[in-house]
Design a protein around this ligand. Sequence first.
Ligand SMILES: NC(=O)c1ccc[n+]([C@@H]2O[C@H](COP(=O)([O-])OP(=O)(O)OC[C@H]3O[C@@H](n4cnc5c(N)ncnc54)[C@H](OP(=O)(O)O)[C@@H]3O)[C@@H](O)[C@H]2O)c1
Length: 334
Amino acid sequence: MTTRWGICSAGRISHDFAVALRTLPHEDHKVVAVAARKLDDAQQFAKKHSVPRAYGCYEEMARDPDVDVVYIGVINPYHISSSLLFINAKKNVLCEKPLAMNTKEVQEILACAKMNDVFFMEAVWTRFFPTSVEIRRLLDQGEIGEVKMVRSELGFVAKDTARVRLKELGGGGLLTLGVYCLQFSCMVYNGEKPESVHATGVLLDTDVDETVVVTLKFCQKRMAVFTCSVNLQLPNEAVIVGTKGTIRVPENMWCPTSLVVNGKETLYPLPEPCMPLNFRNGTGMRYEAEEVRQCLLKGLKESPVMSHADSLLLAEVEDEVRRQVGVVYSQDGQ
Ligand SMILES: NC(=O)c1ccc[n+]([C@@H]2O[C@H](COP(=O)([O-])OP(=O)(O)OC[C@H]3O[C@@H](n4cnc5c(N)ncnc54)[C@H](OP(=O)(O)O)[C@@H]3O)[C@@H](O)[C@H]2O)c1
């Protein structure tokens, strides 16, 4: 049975997602529709990606009976309205990260998905990369003993992009990049809630966070620390330190293609894209797409690898980090 995708927005990440789907078997994944705020944008996207139907508003695609699952690639403040629209139309949904602007919005989306009995997942693509599958296997097998420390960083000079810089577009380093470090720590610690969160950072002149350092403490003397920045090019690596060894993601920690386990490196190459991408290693979105397909085939309403509880935990920690650093969005209602 083919998984029939609808794509919500004709923006940059939607383009990469459509390219990533084309690295998977056509009989498994097909984009049947695209919707954008302007019909012309949707039509251009449809032409480029050979999508049969283009809609000039999201509501029209929500009514398309041939769409099984919608990929939402709109900017952060519109994740909630788009998610609720498609969920209420009984569509399964894969929504870009961060799932929403705060915990309150995430709770509303997840409750709506439960009520409508549809599949819903936050598009934390990193979790489905072969490197992440291997990390979970190694940790399960106790390959590096008991994990005591997770260190990660992600930073680029991205602050001139409007959606990164402007508060009203959901900007800030934590929601743009820090999410990846946070999700990595939470994956390693198996979705456990940290005992404490300590954060400090500096803001852009637009009052969103530029560079943030976060320390998480988990029970039994286990810790995680991460740095994110939209104004610094960081090495972008991650390290998991256990009592018997170390796992290192040597670069591109948010879309990794290599892993160093106790000093030995293994490469995990990605398929080549059929056309230029907007973001690095974009074809790696194929793994999250395939996860969605497998969940739908099994009749699951959430992925065991990136569950609703996982999304909630990310949102709760993000809120606490923002509270300490002093970033408030209009959605926070303060
Ligand atoms: N997985 C990853 O590695 C990754 C990478 C980049 C981005 N992302 C996530 O993907 C999402 C989109 O990022 P992007 O770089 O693709 O953004 P983008 O190209 O700037 O915008 C995406 C879409 O959002 C809608 N939009 C933009 N500005 C809007 C506004 N002022 N009001 C209402 N809608 C607006 C537009 O939809 P229409 O086409 O319908 O007009 C636009 O095409 C973000 O949530 C981001 O966090 C993820």
